[in-house]
Design a protein around this ligand. Structure first.
Ligand code: GLA
Length: 363
């Protein structure tokens, strides 16, 4: 019997590079993702519409391949085996509409859809956030990226027409309704990056140096006006202080953005300012934007977006704009055209997104 599983990508509305220090994030699962049609089998054998090669790995993830997307599959199987999943395999095919490397968390969607299917065929139940954490560990096991839990958590917790306000330290979370009059438009800069070779791990290490100044307090509990004193007392170097400054102020912006979305009417001015503050902080304090994502944000705002910022890890990748729903298509197209007029190296891809249901069996 063939069974069908789904895991969405995500767009993060605000709260970037905050998850791995236990901070706040506000992502939404989106209506673009991966489908996996499978039946139980002795091994894990998968083909994909999106990849050239098929992969075959052991049901417990042992002896993983050295390269390719089979690394993610094997890593997920290995993490689930460590949690006690019986070694049942599956045979199947992946399809979907999530472009890889576009800042919409295609690798998290792959990990989550494979984990969801592997648990189901083995009658092995895991609470959604434990599955997300296993998928997060699989990312590090597969390609060495010490990512936080945001992408995998968004993929399992997402709900239609809502974003998820998640405290990555306690894993407490609640839904924040997306106002129907605002659409999410994602513009992928086309600048190719691979997380494992980017500065992600370096940024994380620099932040760790900065967190020493908090003496064990969560960055969520620190007020922005305490920062200068803490930085001076710990004698932080400039880079560590800048990384810490970003994280403490970004957590505050996440809380404020959730409140602005929930105000009636929606506080468009506050959203615009908070997204602008987030982008500037990711550019100047965390140094993960590139000229192309800076340009895309400017073009979104010039074209009438309510708010715009880079989203995800940065180092290229995508920007997210909140746009009046009835103008989402023309604004996206106009920004992509203006981007091409301003530089001829990269082409932007527009992805119109709606907040969608998280991972599960759909059949
Ligand atoms: C990537 C990681 C996430 C998060 C973001 C930045 O998407 O996978 O865990 O750290 O970057 O917010």
């Amino acid at each position: 019997m063939t069974r069908r599983f789904w895991a969405p990508g995500r767009v993060n509305l605000i709260g970037d590079h905050t998850d791995y220090s236990g901070g706040l994030v506000l992502p939404a699962a989106i209506d673009h993702g991966l489908w996996l049609d499978v039946e139980a089998s002795a091994v894990i054998a998968l083909e994909s519409q999106l990849e050239q090669e098929a992969v075959t790995v052991a049901p417990d993830g042992s002896r993983p391949p050295a390269t390719g997307w089979g690394r993610y599959v094997a890593a997920v199987a290995a993490e689930l085996a460590a949690l006690g999943r019986p070694a049942v395999g599956l045979r199947g095919r992946l399809t979907g509409d999530l472009p890889t490397g576009s800042g919409l968390s295609s690798s998290a969607a792959l990990e989550v859809v494979v984990a969801t299917a592997l648990c189901a065929v083995a009658d092995f139940a895991l609470p959604p956030l434990e599955l997300a954490q296993a998928a997060q560990r699989a990312e590090e096991r597969a390609v060495g990226v010490p990512c936080g839990v945001m992408d995998q958590a968004a993929s399992v917790l997402g709900r239609a027409d809502a974003a998820v306000l998640l405290h990555c330290g306690t894993l407490e979370h609640r839904l924040v309704a997306m106002p129907p009059e605002l659409a999410m438009v994602v513009l992928d800069s086309g600048v190719q990056r691979r997380l494992e070779s980017s500065g992600y791990a370096t940024r994380r290490a620099e932040l760790e140096r900065g967190l020493v100044a908090l003496q064990g307090r969560s960055p969520v509990a620190v007020a922005t006006d305490e920062l200068a004193g803490l930085v001076a007392a710990a004698d932080l170097d400039e880079v560590a202080a800048a990384r810490l400054h970003h994280v403490v102020t970004e957590n505050a912006r996440v809380t404020a953005a959730a409140a602005a979305l929930e105000r009636d009417p929606v506080d468009r001015t506050a959203l615009g300012e908070l997204f602008a503050g987030s982008h500037a902080s990711l550019r100047d304090q965390y140094q993960v934007t590139v000229p192309e994502t800076d340009l895309l944000v400017d073009l979104c705002l010039q074209t009438g977006a309510v708010a715009a910022r880079m989203t995800g890890a940065g180092f290229g990748g995508a920007v997210v704009a909140l746009v009046d729903a009835d103008r989402a298509a023309p604004v996206g197209d106009a920004v992509a055209a203006a981007y091409q007029a301003r530089q001829d190296r990269w082409r932007a891809t527009v992805v119109q997104c709606r907040a969608a249901e998280g991972a599960g069996e759909r059949g």
